[in-house]
Design a protein around this ligand. Sequence first.
Ligand code: ZN
Length: 278
Amino acid sequence: MTDNFERVRYEMPSEGVARIVLARPEAANAQDYLMLSELNDAFDLAAADEGVRVIILAADGKHFSSGHDLSASSPNMDDFPTVGTQCHFNAPGAEGYMAREAEMYLGLCWRWRNLPKPTIAQVQGKVIAGGLMLVWPMDMIVAAENVTFSDPVVAFNVNGCEYFVHPFEAGSRLAKEMLFTGRAIGADELLQRGMVNQVVPENDLEQATLELAAHIAKRPMFGLTLAKQSVNQALDAMGMYNSLQSAFSLHHVGHSNNKEVHGMLIDPAGLKIVRDEA
Ligand code: ZN
């Protein structure tokens, strides 16, 4: 595996710490399959490196991520080495596109969520829909004061982004409000709700995240892994994985309905709703 990527950058900013950076700021780090595939390779590199104990996921530019790249042409899965057990990506109908999203969205996110090393998201600016799909699988979140989290995709006639942990992250009332209204949640509210670990001035973001990572990296690897798995298993016992799978199925009922009614996976009228409210 190489660390020569197009859409992400792989760095070792201090001892025991790897940093993976989304490097497509000209497109607000919109995610195409190439970015997600490279991100997965970079996480695998960090996981396999005995010298890495903590992994930071950061992003170049003003915004962490604007979500899926809606302008990307339909991807050919032969271009992306798969890491899950999905197949029939080119099948017609729901079978093909459900398999693609199961591999590239839910499958990769769940893989990253279960990496055996602590992960920290370093976030600034807007984190929209699919952007949350990268942030929420991380263990901890350090946010700049200008950060906002939003998932406005109900406007596109689906339930939300594919890694549907909103009730676990925001609690059920705020999760419903986020989804029903598309409202962006700012840094103060994110901190107050326990949806991020720290809020720092934008200029201090990189340093504060690195200090936290370096602090954690002094601890023994196995202890960190056991602590992480213990918390994750508590979430799993609360039904996190089952609810993710249920919501993913409903997400695809939404896509299939849009395909029948509008001939595409999302309701095109959603773009105007989202743009008018931005
Ligand atoms: Zn989808």
